[in-house]
Design a binder for this molecule. Structure first.
Ligand code: HEC
Length: 160
C-alpha cells in the first residue's frame, strides 16, 4: 500500500467517524409527544422580551421520566420536555390556536450534553421533523435556562 492510499483511508475513516459522532449527538424529534403529559400552557404577547421567537401560545409536554423529574426537581437520562409553540388568532372574544411555529425540545443525557447542563436543546421548524433551528449545539438556548441550577435548568413547574 503506498502512503497516499493509506492517508486516504485514514481520512475517510476519520470523516465517517466524526460524521456518526455528530449524528449521535443530534437531539431526536420527540415522536408521539402529543400523547405525553401536558404540564402547562402560556401565551406570550408581542412586546414581551421572549417575543422573538417565542411569541404565540405554547404548551409544555413531559414524557414519563421528565414528569418524575418535575416532581423531584432532578431529571434522569432519557427525560424529554417539549415546548410546542403555535400562533394564535383573536376572534369573537376568544383566543384560538393556529399554525405551529416550532417544537422546542430538551432531552436529558448527562454524558452527551455535558456542556449544556446535561440537556440537549433543539428546535424543529413548524411541522417539520427534520428542519433544525439551532446551529450552536444548543448553547444559546442553554444560556437562558442556565440560571435555574436548583431546578436542573427547567422553568416549568407541574400543577395538579
Ligand atoms: C431568553 C430565554 C430563553 C431562551 C433563549 C430559550 N428558552 Fe426555553 N424556556 C424559557 C422559559 C421562560 C420557559 C418556560 C415557559 C413556561 O413557563 O411556559 C422555557 C421552557 C422551555 C421548555 C420546557 C421546559 C422548561 O424548561 O420549562 C423547553 C423544552 C425549552 N424551553 C426549549 C428551548 C430550546 C430548544 C431553546 C433554544 C432553541 C430555548 N428553550 C431557548 C426561556 C428560554
Amino acid at each position: 500500500m503506498n502512503l497516499l492510499y493509506k492517508m486516504l483511508v485514514i481520512c475517510i475513516t476519520f470523516f465517517s467517524v466524526s460524521l456518526s459522532y455528530a449524528e449521535n449527538y443530534k437531539v431526536p424529534y420527540p415522536d408521539g409527544y402529543r400523547n405525553w403529559t401536558h404540564i402547562k400552557s402560556m401565551i406570550i404577547e408581542p412586546g414581551h422580551s421572549l417575543e422573538n421567537p417565542f411569541q404565540g401560545i405554547h404548551h409544555i409536554y413531559a414524557n414519563k421520566k421528565a414528569l418524575k423529574g418535575l416532581n423531584e426537581g432532578k431529571y434522569s437520562d432519557g427525560a424529554v420536555l417539549v415546548f410546542d409553540l403555535l400562533n394564535y388568532v383573536k376572534k369573537d372574544k376568544t383566543i384560538q390556536e393556529s399554525e405551529r411555529k416550532l417544537v422546542g425540545v430538551m432531552v436529558k443525557n448527562t454524558k452527551k450534553y455535558k456542556n449544556t447542563g446535561g440537556w440537549g436543546f433543539e428546535g424543529f421548524a413548524a411541522n417539520s421533523k427534520t428542519k433544525r433551528l439551532t446551529n450552536d449545539g444548543g448553547s444559546s438556548c442553554f444560556a437562558c435556562h442556565a440560571p435555574l441550577t436548583k431546578e436542573d435548568y427547567v422553568y416549568s413547574q407541574y400543577r395538579e
